[in-house]
Design a protein around this ligand. Structure first.
Ligand code: ZN
Length: 441
């Protein structure tokens, strides 16, 4: 009997969990129906992927889409449009919005809202606070919830759990892996008077020094061991933490940001001023090299963009008033592909970091690998294509990227979500059909 599919991806090189293979992929009902398809098979639509690599749909597990918040900066609609233009099939969105996502009512609102406005599939973090600890065990198993996010330092408003007593209470409430912003709040506050308004932007990394991050991570690891609660340390930025975390693989996974793999101090601050200011800060070459060594030796589980847009007017304020956070959801894939082209990592390792890694760390159901029965999410990339990242390409309303003018080799040319092509050749297609990502409860 002749096989018929909704979609066939022909002649591409697929990055499978067991290696790269030239194989045709058949899609039916939004899922991968076959790897290896007879020449006679037919389909409603066929994509000729000759010369392209077919990756599982790439995932950015760390974005701040600011919705609800300030639509002049970003919304779920614009941020996920940026995501699919940049080759992402799913993003996980942080809870520090205005208001923040910290209770059942706000989560219910966001679950409904996200499914009506998102161009890609989306996971939702719930914020842990000192006052919602009794509710966390129920919240973390909500539909589309990728996990609890704790700001142990450096937060805005009520989203802060900085002391060991409350951190331990959080860890004892619920059981899924918790994602942490790890900078020691006490050290940050104690060091603030050492600096003055109007000092050069590079002082940002002196204020939030290595020990702020390392001390935060040591405290979290001690509590994670005591309670047995798994931890995911977001945006690890120091050589010290990366060395230390190797001894905590029983309780800890970790993320490194694209920025810390791409930008180096002091040059980044000299070139970009306030548009280099983020938390934890961009640091010196020693840490950049440690981050790449930790990609090479497997210490790092995921890479994220920490896309955190702000209005230009807030980024150009003098230090330390300038807002911390950089855009990145649209540029993470091109820049990571450029790192592949430069020989800093392999395409299979990229897929491990942006598909299998997020799936493993957060317990994603049905995504993160090319295998029969999994969601038909694909990112098609042209590793030969050379392109310059232009600010005119950025669709986030804030309108800027710290990577404007950067030339890359390797570009996402199609994004497919559950069998629907939502981006082809830098053009968004159709309407927002994103759904909540499923997680193992
Ligand atoms: Zn963040």
């Amino acid at each position: 009997m002749q096989e018929h599919y909704d979609l066939l991806i022909r002649r591409g090189t697929a990055v499978l969990p067991w290696g790269m293979e030239a194989t045709d992929i058949g899609v039916r009902d939004g899922r991968i129906a076959a790897l290896g398809v007879p020449a006679a098979a037919t389909a409603d639509a066929t994509i000729d992927a000759a010369g392209l690599h077919v990756l599982p749909g790439l995932i950015d597990p760390h974005v701040h889409l600011r919705d609800p918040g300030d639509p002049a900066v970003e919304t779920i609609a614009t941020g996920t449009k940026a995501a699919v233009l940049g080759g992402l099939a799913a993003v996980f969105d942080m809870p520090n919005t205005a208001p923040s996502i910290t209770d059942a009512d706000r989560l219910a609102w966001k679950q409904d809202y996200a499914e009506r406005h998102s161009w890609c599939d989306i996971g939702l973090y719930v914020g842990g606070t000192k006052t919602n600890i009794p509710a966390l065990a129920a919240l973390e198993t909500g539909r589309g919830v990728c996990g609890i996010k704790i700001f142990a330092g450096s937060s805005t408003g009520d989203l802060m759990v900085e002391d060991d007593e409350h951190l331990e209470q959080v860890m004892r409430a619920g059981r899924r892996r918790i994602a942490y912003h790890s900078e020691d709040e006490y050290r940050l506050q104690a060091r603030k008077p050492l600096f003055h308004r109007g000092e050069p932007y590079v002082r940002h990394m002196d204020w939030r020094d290595e020990e702020c991050a390392f001390l935060g991570t040591r405290r979290l690891m001690a509590l994670a061991r005591t309670t047995g609660r798994p931890a995911h340390i977001l945006h690890v930025s120091t050589a010290e933490e990366l060395a230390y975390l190797k001894d905590f693989r029983d309780v800890a996974t970790c993320e490194v940001l694209l920025n810390h793999l791409t930008q180096i101090a002091p040059e980044a601050y000299e070139t970009l001023g306030g548009f280099a200011v983020m938390n934890p800060p961009i640091r010196g070459r020693r840490h950049y090299e440690a981050a790449w060594a930790a990609i090479a030796d497997g210490t790092v589980d995921t890479v994220g963009s920490d896309h955190a847009p702000h209005a230009r007017t807030k980024k150009t304020l003098p230090w330390p008033d300038c807002a911390a956070g950089l855009t990145g959801v649209q540029t993470i894939v091109p820049l990571m592909l450029n790192h592949v082209s430069a020989g800093r990592l392999s395409l299979p390792r990229l897929v491990d970091l942006m598909c299998a890694g997020p799936a493993r760390v957060y317990g994603v159901v049905g995504k993160g690998r090319l295998a029969a029965g999994y969601d038909a999410d694909f990112t098609l990339v042209d590793m030969q294509r050379r392109q310059r990242i232009e600010e005119s390409w950025i669709v986030s309303p804030c309108g800027w990227t710290p990577f404007a003018g950067t030339a890359v080799t390797g570009w996402p040319v199609a994004t497919i979500v559950r069998g629907c092509t939502v981006m082809r050749e830098d053009e968004v297609l159709g309407t927002p059909e994103g759904r909540l990502v499923r997680f193992a409860a």
